[in-house]
Design a protein around this ligand. Structure first.
Ligand code: ADP
Ligand code: ZN
Ligand code: MG
Length: 491
């Protein structure tokens, strides 16, 4: 298997070139050109009509909602929307395509020239160009398994025929499997923010084909590309690309040539295998769809779609970092979904300490959830609970040790933070004399650290605070403790 056969020096001689084609189903109520329900999971062949079955004489009518969603998607990925785009027929025969053609867009797609920024191996951001976004309709589905006679028959479910899609084609700007993974992650995030698709890969609402080639480093022309079709998770796309890069290098190193073809990824075997040699584009005999007029997008419509877009992930991250003074990594996690970011921001705005809210949500509560393999929605601690905890910490009414103890109780008893706090009301020692006594003990027991402090290493104060905190079982008032430790050490 090529995955291990090649030495790193050999791999390093070649540069991979990758371009992705992503199909995304739009979240419309009805299909692209008829009134049938656009719904996953209905009984087979129940959401069909003469239009989506391609019966003679039936005429398509473009779904305005599909145009709205496709336009919003185009704007969200920085594309220029063409004033005039043209629907075309893409002709081919396949059992799941009763019409014998798909309505798509060809030389005049809805939108072009977009881009997505992705993080690269060295931490910098890189711009991946988007060639085009065009509208099209989905085909039906062949069911090869699940029936008693599946060994000898294939069944057809035509519910998916006519489902509105956009296809988003990247420039061949991607150079590693990781960049491809990042591109897909960002693209999905953007589409989810724009709420144009549920991007559910298991249900096929987002599908990806990866085009992969390699060339000797320094060579200007691209190598021959292979298209890996319909890989059903981002992790598998990354694995398929990694496999394909090594396979191609091995072929070339062995004196062979890459043939342009479509390959399929087998997750079970962890390899790709040949499906068919690639049809050339002209085999589809594209021609303008005679039953649909050109799609004309006027500026007022474009402005309306732009206004409807929410703040997008990248912009939101930048704003949140500035507004709440949170770390870029935390901002990335908090904005990974729009709902999560909304919940955080609603809480952060109620709190006197937004940074603490972020930290509690991601580390203290998030860490406990992760350890128990729970989702945010299953957390016993509500956002109001997090706000209360953040404020108590900030006002130093509880120490961070006490907070941890209270959260442990929340998770043990599946109770929210405010209730646990009310009941437990952790003790705080605010008696100056009592705290001073403990500090004196710790100072007496650690002469070496005292010396270090007095020699100028003032960070050692933290050591004394920690020791006294432990001695007080976390009950010393943190502000008072800090103040007294400094006083004693300097005194
Ligand atoms: P086709 O006509 O075969 O569909 P396109 O030119 O439309 O090819 O490109 C399809 C996808 O393949 C795009 O995402 C593009 O960036 C990518 N691509 C084109 N040439 C190469 C190449 N030599 N290596 C890798 N990807 C490529
Ligand atoms: Zn229909
Ligand atoms: Mg193409």
């Amino acid at each position: 298997m090529p995955a291990t056969a090649l030495a790193p020096e050999i791999l390093a001689k070649y540069e991979p070139v990758i371009g992705l084609e992503v199909h995304v189903q739009l979240l419309t109520q009805t299909k692209a050109f008829c009134g049938c329900a656009n719904h996953f999971g209905s009984a087979p062949n129940t959401n069909v009509c003469p239009v989506c079955l391609g019966l003679p004489g039936a005429l398509p009518v473009l779904n305005a909602k599909a145009v709205e969603f496709a336009t919003m998607a185009s704007l969200a990925i920085g594309c220029q929307v063409r004033e005039r785009s043209i629907f075309a027929r893409k002709n081919y025969f396949y059992p799941d395509l009763p019409k014998g053609y798909q309505i798509s867009q060809y030389d005049k797609p809805l939108a072009e020239h977009g881009c997505i920024e992705v993080p690269t191996a060295d931490g910098s951001m890189k711009r991946i160009g988007i060639t085009r976004l065009h509208m099209e309709e989905d085909a039906g589905k062949s069911l090869h398994d699940g029936f008693p006679d599946s060994a000898t028959r294939t069944y057809l479910d035509l519910n998916r025929c006519g489902t509105p899609l956009v296809e988003i084609v990247s420039e061949p700007d991607i150079r590693t499997a990781d960049e491809a993974y990042e591109y897909l992650t960002r693209l999905k995030e953007i589409l989810l923010y724009a709420a144009v698709s549920d991007c559910n890969m298991e249900e096929g609402s987002l599908r990806c084909d990866a085009n992969v080639s390699v060339r000797p480093r320094g060579q200007a022309e691209f190598g021959t590309k292979v298209e890996v079709k319909n890989v059903n998770s981002f992790r598998f796309v990354r694995a398929a690309i990694e496999y394909e890069i090594e396979r191609q290098i091995e072929v070339i190193e062995g004196g062979g040539r890459i043939t342009q073809e479509s390959r399929l990824w087998s997750a079970g075997e962890g390899r790709t295998y040949s499906m068919r040699s690639k049809e050339q584009a002209h085999d589809y005999r594209y021609f303008p769809e005679p039953d649909l007029p050109p799609l004309v997008v006027i500026p007022a419509f474009l402005a309306e779609m732009k206004a409807r877009l929410p703040e997008l992930p990248e912009a939101r991250r930048a704003r949140m970092i500035a507004e709440y003074e949170i770390a870029p990594n935390d901002a990335a996690t908090l904005t990974s979904s729009r709902e999560f970011a909304d919940r955080f921001e609603a809480a952060a705005r109620k709190s006197r300490a937004p940074r603490r809210v972020a930290n509690l949500l991601l580390s203290e509560v998030g860490g406990r959830l992760k350890a128990l393999d729970l989702e945010q929605e299953q957390s016993p601690v509500s956002m109001d609970g997090i706000v209360l905890a953040a404020d108590l910490l900030d006002e130093e009414k509880i120490s961070s040790k006490q907070l941890k103890q209270l959260l442990d109780i929340c998770f043990e008893k599946s109770e929210d933070f405010p209730a646990v706090y009310e009941r437990e009301k952790p003790q705080q020692i605010t008696d100056t004399g009592a705290i001073e006594k403990m500090i004196d003990e710790v100072i007496a027991a650690n002469p070496k650290q005292v010396e270090q402090y007095r020699a100028g290493k003032t960070t050692v104060a933290g050591f004394f605070v920690g020791q006294v905190m432990r001695m007080s079982k976390g009950q010393a008032n943190p502000a008072l403790l800090n103040e007294l430790v400094t006083k004693k050490l300097q005194g």
